[in-house]
Design a protein around this ligand. Structure first.
Ligand code: E4P
Length: 216
């Protein structure tokens, strides 16, 4: 499973990229708003740092606006993916941009039917929102499993990005469900390599090592 970072923060991206763990980056308008910098600057900085796919979302709500913005955003760097919401206009824009060879990520997917529509419209990626479904008492990971079954059954090339990831368990479950990608908040990812027993074990090794006689 690939790891994307769900952030627009360059410090988080640079730190985790040094470990070779960043296969791509996703952003959304809320993530961009936190950075207090122009959208294009943020996306181009990320695209210069991470060679993998970088999702940047359109703001327009009509098909015409989304296509215009999508074409513009796609010129910002060679690895841009245009992110579009799952609305009728979003699906039409996805279809049009895909026909033009522009990569797309259809976001705000909350049902298997929606995901199937996006795949049929030619989406490169679909983003089921696991955490937000869990928030309303629906099993978000079941959606990832169902989408995986559907995409496999009909040989779609569309890849699933497990999104709205909130916990280590979400990441593990996404991998078990066969999600192609999990997009993980920059603040959460470091907790994936941490375990209290690792810290205790290392402390004990170093303490014991102190009693080993040194070569003269
Ligand atoms: C997906 O691409 C979104 O950016 C993101 O995963 C949304 O997550 P949230 O529900 O934590 O805002």
């Amino acid at each position: 499973m690939k790891f994307f970072l769900d952030t627009g923060n360059m410090e988080e991206i640079t730190r985790i990229n040094r470990l070779g763990l960043v296969d791509g980056v996703t952003t959304n308008p809320s993530i961009i708003a936190k950075e207090k910098r122009p959208f294009k600057d943020i996306i181009q900085d990320i695209a210069r740092t991470v060679p993998g796919p970088i999702s940047a979302e359109v703001i327009g709500t009509s098909t015409r606006e989304m296509i215009k913005e999508g074409r513009e955003i796609a010129t910002w760097a060679p690895n841009i993916v245009v992110k579009l919401p799952l609305t009728e206009s979003g699906l039409e824009a996805t279809y049009q941009l895909s026909q033009e060879g522009i990569k797309t990520n259809v976001t705000l997917v909350f049902s298997a039917a929606q995901g199937l529509m996006a795949a049929k419209a030619g989406a490169t990626y679909i983003s089921p929102f696991v955490g937000r479904l869990d928030d309303i008492g629906v099993d978000g990971m079941k959606l990832v499993r169902d989408l995986k079954t559907i995409l496999n059954e009909y040989n779609f090339s569309t890849e699933i990005i497990a999104a709205s990831i909130r916990s280590i368990e979400h990441v593990e479950q996404a991998a078990l469900a066969g999600a192609h990608i999990a997009t993980i908040p920059g603040s959460l990812l470091p907790s994936l390599w941490k375990h209290p027993l690792t810290d205790i074990g290392l402390e004990r090794f170093l303490k014991d090592w102190a009693s080993v006689p040194q070569t003269k």
